[in-house]
Design a protein around this ligand. Structure first.
Ligand code: ADP
Ligand code: MG
Length: 354
C-alpha cells in the first residue's frame, strides 16, 4: 500500500496554472488523503469563491494518481469548500531582536542559478572582513546551499543557544573572520533540495531570524535563485537594507536581471538595489594572466545596469582559481592574487554604497 508521503510526493507534479505554477501541495490544497487496500481517496480544498480551474485540477490530480499508483488501484478525488485561512499559528518565535545589532542586511540575488551568486557572496563576505568589517553570511538557498563547501565547513555541528525548542537560537560557525550559517549545515546532504513551499520559506527565515548574529556591520544573505513567492516572503519578513544582483554578461541574462530588479522594486517590498555585479566578465587563462577573452560578450553588465538605472558595482573575471577556491573551501578573496583583488575592490564599492 502506498504511504501518505508517497502520495504527497506524486501530487507535487500537479501545478495550478493560475498560481504561478505552484503545485497543489505547496498551495495547501490537499485537505485529506485516505488510503485503503487498493484504494486512494484525495480531498482537495477550494476557497468559497468559485475557482474556474476546479474541474481541471480534479482531473489533473486523478490523472496523476492513476499514473503513479499501482495498476488496479481505485482512485477517488473529492472536493470541499475551505474556510478562509486563519492567521498562521505562532509556532516559531523569530528573533528580530537578534538582528538589532546588525547594521546592514544585504540580499545577494540572481534571476537564475549558476551565475556565481554564492561565489560572489562568499568572497564578498571574506573581502569585507579583510577590510575590517564585522561580517556574517546566511546561506538561504534552499535549492542548493553551497556555502558549507565553499567555506570548508560541511558537516560541522551548529550549536543552539537556549533550552526551549521553540525559541532556541542557532549559533553560526566562524571561519576566515566571518560568521557563517547555511541551510546546508542543518540538513543531511541533499535533503534541502526537496524542501518546498511553506516549509522552505520557514526554514530559510529561521536561518536569518532565529540566529544569534551579534553585532555585525554586514549580514549578507545568499538568496535562492529566481523570483518566486518564497523570495517575496523572505524580502517581506527580513528587514533588508538592499540587494545586490549578480549576473553574467550575456544578453540573454538581461531578462533575468530585470525580473530580479522588479522583484525588489515590487511595491509590496520596495527595497533599494545597491547594484549589479557582472561575474565571468571575461576569461583569463592561468598561463596567460594578462590576456582577457570576452567569451560571453563585452560590457553586457554595464549596459544592463545603465538600462535599468542601477549602480554598477564591478566585474569579476572567469578564472580557474575562483572555481578552485570554491571547491576547496578556501575562498580566493583570502589571497592577494589578481582574482582575489577583484573581490576586495567589490567590497570597497559595497561599503561605499550603503
Ligand atoms: N568568476 C568565476 N570564475 C570561475 N569559476 C566561477 C566563477 N564564478 C562562479 N564559478 C564557478 O561556477 C560554479 C557555479 O557558481 P555558484 O557560485 O555556485 O553559482 P550560483 O550560486 O549562482 O548557483 C561554481 O563551481 C563556481 O566555483
Ligand atoms: Mg548558489
Amino acid at each position: 500500500m502506498s504511504s501518505r508521503e508517497e502520495v504527497l510526493g506524486w501530487l507535487l507534479d500537479v501545478q495550478h496554472p493560475a498560481k504561478g505554477d505552484q503545485d497543489v501541495v505547496q498551495l495547501g490544497m490537499v485537505e485529506n488523503i485516505e488510503l485503503g487496500e487498493g484504494r486512494i481517496k484525495v480531498t482537495l480544498g477550494f476557497p468559497k469563491r468559485p475557482d474556474p480551474l476546479k474541474n481541471y485540477l480534479v482531473g489533473a490530480v486523478q490523472a496523476c494518481l492513476y499514473r503513479h499508483a499501482p495498476g488496479g488501484t481505485e482512485i477517488e478525488v473529492d472536493t470541499v469548500v475551505k474556510e478562509p485561512a486563519k492567521p498562521a499559528p505562532k509556532g516559531i518565535q523569530f528573533n528580530l531582536e537578534g538582528l538589532r545589532e546588525v547594521r546592514n542586511i544585504i540580499g545577494i540575488a540572481s534571476g537564475k542559478g549558476g551565475v556565481g551568486k554564492s561565489t560572489v557572496a562568499v568572497n564578498l563576505a571574506v573581502a569585507l572582513a579583510r577590510l575590517g568589517y564585522r561580517v556574517g553570511l546566511a546561506d538561504a538557498d534552499v535549492y542548493g546551499p553551497s556555502v558549507p563547501t565553499m567555506t570548508g565547513t560541511e558537516g560541522i555541528d551548529i550549536a543552539m543557544e537556549g533550552e526551549d525548542e521553540n525559541s532556541a537560537l542557532f549559533v553560526p560557525t566562524e571561519k576566515y573572520g566571518v560568521k557563517w550559517l547555511s541551510i546546508g549545515h542543518l540538513s543531511p546532504e541533499g535533503q534541502a533540495l526537496i524542501w518546498r513551499g511553506p516549509m522552505a520559506s520557514t526554514a530559510l527565515k529561521q536561518i536569518i531570524l532565529q540566529t544569534v548574529w551579534g553585532p555585525l556591520d554586514f549580514l549578507l544573505i545568499d538568496m535562492p535563485p529566481g523570483t518566486g513567492d518564497i523570495h517575496i516572503s523572505l524580502i517581506g519578513d527580513v528587514p533588508m537594507t538592499g540587494a545586490i544582483i549578480v549576473t553574467t554578461p550575456q544578453t540573454v541574462a538581461l531578462a533575468d536581471v530585470l525580473r530580479g530588479v522588479n522583484m525588489f522594486r515590487n511595491p509590496q517590498v520596495n527595497k533599494p538595489i545597491l547594484g549589479l555585479v557582472e561575474n565571468m566578465a571575461w576569461f583569463t587563462p592561468e598561463a596567460h594572466p594578462d590576456e582577457k577573452y570576452y567569451i560571453f560578450g563585452r560590457d553586457g553588465g554595464t549596459q544592463m545596469a545603465e538600462n535599468l538605472d542601477i549602480p554598477f558595482l564591478g566585474q569579476i573575471p572567469l578564472v580557474q582559481g575562483i572555481r578552485e577556491g570554491g571547491d576547496s573551501g578556501e575562498p580566493v578573496a583570502l589571497s592577494d592574487r589578481p582574482d582575489g583583488k577583484a573581490f576586495m575592490e567589490l567590497a570597497r564599492k559595497v561599503a561605499e554604497a550603503v
